[in-house]
Design a protein around this ligand. Structure first.
Ligand SMILES: [Zn+2]
Ligand SMILES: [Zn+2]
Length: 171
């Protein structure tokens, strides 16, 4: 599990009205970008500090949802869906897309204990991404880290480069 993801809060699905647990992830603290699965809503968090130097084309989308040009760099979700720049988190019970506006009530209520001025971004593409807890696996979030398809590891010839060599070239 990634660091900083320990605060689980309660949210409510506007479709089936069931309660789920979630954690907000601050992309700046994680130095990451993200994308949601278009089928199950799992969030893929990509650390650009570690991986982005080797990714092409270069992106300016830091600390937010990935750019569309990068979707093909991500491996499919375990559910068979795809991580898309325009996808949204989904209810873990009824699978409907969650509304970022509807979630404002509980997200702001849950996150204001430290800062009363804090405002939710009201979208699924900004600084914060959300990971929902698996309903029958307490403590397990619907989140994967760096699920890159890793096209740069495909060898042209027999000689495979090591990871560390690729990254030192790209700097
Ligand atoms: Zn629901
Ligand atoms: Zn999925």
């Amino acid at each position: 599990m990634m660091g900083g993801m320990h605060n689980l809060h309660a949210g409510e699905c506007e479709h089936c009205l069931r309660k789920y647990k979630y954690s907000l992830w601050h992309s700046g603290f994680g130095e990451s970008s993200y994308a949601y699965c278009d089928t199950c809503g799992t969030v893929a968090v990509c650390s650009y500090k570690r991986f982005f130097p080797a990714m092409q084309p270069p992106t300016s989308a830091h600390f937010q949802v990935i750019e569309q040009e990068w979707e093909h760099l991500l491996a499919p979700c375990a559910c068979g869906g795809a991580f898309r720049s325009n996808a949204a988190p989904r209810c873990v019970f009824c699978r409907h897309e969650l509304s970022a506006d509807y979630a404002t009530g509980h997200i702001e209520r849950n996150s204001r204990s430290t800062n009363r001025q804090w405002r939710w971004q009201r979208n699924w593409s900004g600084l914060y991404c959300i990971a929902l807890e698996e309903p029958n696996q307490p403590g397990t979030l619907r989140m994967v880290s760096n699920p890159f398809a890793r096209p740069w590891e495909t060898p042209k010839k027999k000689s495979l480069m090591r990871w560390t060599e690729i990254f030192s070239f790209s700097r």
